[in-house]
Ligand binder design. Structure first.
Ligand SMILES: NC(=O)c1ccc[n+]([C@@H]2O[C@H](COP(=O)([O-])OP(=O)(O)OC[C@H]3O[C@@H](n4cnc5c(N)ncnc54)[C@H](OP(=O)(O)O)[C@@H]3O)[C@@H](O)[C@H]2O)c1
Length: 299
């Protein structure tokens, strides 16, 4: 199968997820071409011709491009740009992929859901985003799926990767570790539950779909298994590195931010696990800490 999908275009390859997707696919023998801002700017159209040219050479495209700063996206002055990047571009890309006969794997988010539930969301559950970012990403899913044919939408959540996100500073784990170096007391919200997910595990899932030549297109919840609050994740990270300070659980109301966030956006990953193993979030976090902070780990 792999011979058919040997060349892959990774869009957003300088970002947190795209970087790991490019690295992993390359390590598995794929020929990877990457494009990212500024050589490709989906707002101005710069790089569009080069992108169309690549579509004639590749068998699959992984789209990791997005406006990812959830709070900034609430700014009314940025709304148009947010929707053009997160909603319009996936539709245009999907159409171009269909014309070229290319598989598209488009990355989306748990923030398409409202969080008003008590069990992990399944792919068939009705989205109802609470913020502009989530609304734009939901429109992007719909546009990608309706404009093309060989389209996978992978919904991820709480992503962390060695490079850190380009669009919004450090990822959560890196932020907690950095703060723990300077402070004796940390406060983290305990009333937002998600499924923290390793970028390298998303990259592995993408590779498996390509290798298997999967043709059961549609939406997949691509997360590590299990769910935890941001406080619970911080507790796990800080215990693993042996931090001696005090970690306090606080409520979302104590940390007002521009964008409302779902209280519960854990994703049920049963569907994708019929194709690829998605390990428990704890195992993935441990591996990340070993990889990025080997000197901080308890012996
Ligand atoms: N991070 C999370 O916790 C999380 C959770 C769930 C889902 N996701 C989804 O996962 C995907 C990857 O996110 P990430 O964490 O890897 O974020 P990231 O590091 O911010 O990567 C996004 C990439 O898109 C690029 N980009 C933004 N505007 C662009 C434009 N106008 N033209 C071309 N490229 C542009 C960014 O470049 P610049 O930075 O230079 O603009 C960046 O390289 C996104 O679809 C996101 O919605 C993320």
């Amino acid at each position: 199968m792999q011979e058919e999908i040997s060349k892959v275009l990774v869009l957003g390859n300088k970002g947190q997820l795209g970087f790991e997707v490019e690295e992993y696919l390359s390590s598995r023998g794929y020929s990877v071409v990457g494009m990212d801002y500024p050589e490709l700017d989906v707002l101005t159209g710069d790089g569009r011709d080069a992108l169309i040219g690549y579509l004639r050479e590749v068998s699959a495209v992984v789209n990791c491009i997005a406006f990812t700063d959830v709070d900034k996206a609430q700014d009314p002055d940025l709304r148009d740009a947010v929707f053009r990047i997160n909603a319009d571009f996936p539709g245009q890309l999907s159409r171009a992929c269909a014309e070229a006969g290319v598989v598209l794997i488009h990355i989306s988010t748990d923030y398409v859901f409202s969080g008003h539930t008590a069990r992990p969301y399944r792919e068939a559950d009705t989205p109802a985003p609470l913020n502009v970012y989530g609304a734009s990403k939901l429109e992007g899913e719909v546009n990608a799926l309706s404009s093309g044919d060989k389209v996978f939408v992978f919904r991820c959540a709480g992503l962390y990767g060695v490079k850190g996100p380009r669009g919004k500073g450090a990822n959560f784990i890196d932020t907690i570790i950095s703060l723990s170096q300077d402070r004796d007391v940390l406060k983290v919200v305990d009333d937002q539950i998600t499924s923290p997910t390793s970028c390298s595990d998303v990259a592995r899932a993408i590779e498996r779909f390509l290798r298997e030549g999967m043709s059961d297109y549609g939406i997949y919840h691509c997360t590590n298994s299990g769910a935890v609050s941001w406080y619970g994740l911080a507790r796990f990270v800080l215990d693993t590195i042996g931090w001696q300070g005090k970690l306090l659980p606080v409520g979302t109301k104590d940390f007002p931010r521009p964008a409302p966030r779902p209280a519960y956006s854990a994703l049920d990953n049963t569907k994708i696990r019929s194709v690829v193993e998605m390990r428990d979030w704890q195992d993935a976090v441990e591996e990340y800490l070993r990889r990025k902070y080997p000197e901080r780990l308890l012996k």
